[in-house]
Design a binder for this molecule. Sequence first.
Ligand code: T1G
Length: 693
Amino acid sequence: MSNQLVSYSKKGAIGVITVDNPPVNALGVVVRKGLMDGIASAEKDDVKAVVLICAGRTFIAGADITEFGKPPQEPGLHPALDSIEGCSKPVIAAIHGTALGGGLEVALSCHYRCAVAAAKLGLPEVKLGLIPGAGGTQRLPRVVGVEQALKMISTGEPIGAKEARERGLVDELVEGDLLEGALAFAQKIVDEKRPLVKISARDEKVKGTDPKLFAAIRSGLNKSSRGFEAPMHCVDAVEAAATLPFAEGMKREREIFVKAHDSVQSRAQRHIFFAERAANKIPDVPSDTPIMPIKHAAVLGAGTMGGGIAMNFANAGVPVYLLDSSQELIDKGIGIITKNYAGTVAKGRLSQEAMDKCLSLIKPTLSYDSFKDVDMVIEAVFEEMDIKKEVFKKLDAVCKPTCIMASNTSTLDVNEIAAVTSRPQQVIGMHFFSPANVMKLLEVVRGAKTSKEVLATTMAVAKTIKKVAAVVGVCDGFVGNRMIHPYAREAGFLLEEGALPQDVDRVLYDYGMAMGPFAMGDLAGLDVGWRIRKRKGVPAGKRHSKVADALCEDGRYGQKTQKGWYLYEQGSRTPVPDPSVEAIILREAEAAGITRRKISDEEILERCLYALVNEGAYILEEGFAQRASDIDVIYTFGYGYPVYRGGPMFWADSIGLKKVYERICEFQKIHGDDWKPAPLLKKLAEEGKTFTG
Ligand code: T1G
């Protein structure tokens, strides 16, 4: 038997089922059928055992997520797994790469599992708003115990093969060629007449589980997974493994899986999964565009951002120069980097040896001459155009012709920077988010003259340094910061009209934002925006709330001054509402002739989030973002937007664009043209369409 994705062959007395469904051997319907046919062939064939192995870079990495939301195709995964576990001959899973989700569930229905040491095994369904839906919640606890299973399933984090061996999830570690090792292990099982181990029949690790375990993990998840539904579903399913016979537990798992699968949260999280990958695709840059090797990088500016950016390269094993204008600044920068690494070592998330290796890759320097052979340099100096132009002139004079020269600017015009160089095609923006060594998002700012090779190489570098990249165009604030402006504008206006900072922050925090706009302003520093407003001035005829300016004039810059929108006890980051801020709000509202009123939570949410959505629609129609899902990637990876809402554009679709559009029209009537609906939003609403398809 063979179909085009699964083949059966015979090696001596051992049958071999090989799955070959690039790129990740996902369990699509053809693979599921092929597995069942393979088992049937092995049953009929004169073989003593069966090895189930995958071609390509990984064992099965899960169900085929592209099938979700569509009518199910038979055979489902359950019949396929039942045929494996029901085989009269031992079936041995041979694992390399990542056995994830349905892939690990296939391995769990096998009688034995072997793996190469570098393999990883996990059930990441929770990251898609799901639970394992093919017995993972019932079989994994029967192998590794309830507590460990709860941890793996509710976090979705995989474990390595060595740990899996220690926990009994893997029976044999294979060195050298996996197929050879698996065949030898299978023969050993036959020779030793080992039993057919059916995990579904093993209860010793689930019987007598203390019910308090589930209450404890639920309590922990209320904090660590605030707003997410799937982690709790995972606990419910594993609890069924500990309290019900296997067959009933499987039924309970099925009920919970269907509920999770049909939820808006899961649709949102699956949307972000594919959106993150789609963001790598640039329509006019072919996927075979040559990628220039980045063997040596450099960062200009050893401040907080520059140091964090340098750490990204060191963490990826790429040597990186770090330059600043004085030894004192360099020493300070290296000190911050060392402290950051030491903090990670102290938390047990990095070994001292790895820290030392990373530090050795960061090479402080005071001279631009150090840059003459680097392949990429990222400027992270003060956010002033004249300073950046001076820096790029020097880089242009020193760096080799193929060197990519990137600016970490968060709003300045990358084309204007490129224009001072002799090679604008080598210039690009790489907008990191603070802290640069932690935040996943990277806005890749494509200049008008940025070459396709430079763009493709920069996207590849983003993957190398483990960033989630989205290409943005050159406009004020690019995409993320441009959208945050109307969001913050409306939050400020709501204060004059009747709300208080703690009201607005509560509503948006409860919606799922990592923090509300005022707590976020206090964290970032209110003086940053204040200086920009003072430099740019306020556009004539535009409504402007003076409250934020009044706070800064009063020296209230936020956490760094222990007072901003809120008070902060010495050394504390906990915002405490401040009556003197309320007094400033009342004063400014009166001065602006505004009669304050009770403002509903719903209006707070709509005023802030619809402003975000409307600006996103303008950005799309002006071409500064490639697609709506890129905007969702930017907000979920860079602005603390809840992934279980799918990002602002997906969320607007889930509300219904007609409703969003009509509400924005109402706001325009009340609050003026700040609320002029984007033509794209109007068009999609009238045509009954969506942003994200
Ligand atoms: N289904 C369909 N396509 C998938 C896929 C999947 N499970 N996983 C990856 N792809 C596509 C991906 O969209 C991309 O496509 C290409 O493969 C390479 O992926 C019943 C219900 C395995 C660690 O959640 O974590 O099983 O962009 O860029 O960086 O209980 O892919 O090239 O067109 O990510 O090397 C559970 C999801 C599913 C694992 C590899 N499994 N995948 O990372 O490559 S639900 C998962 C990953 C389930 C059962 C339940 C990663 C990876 P394109 P990539 P990578």
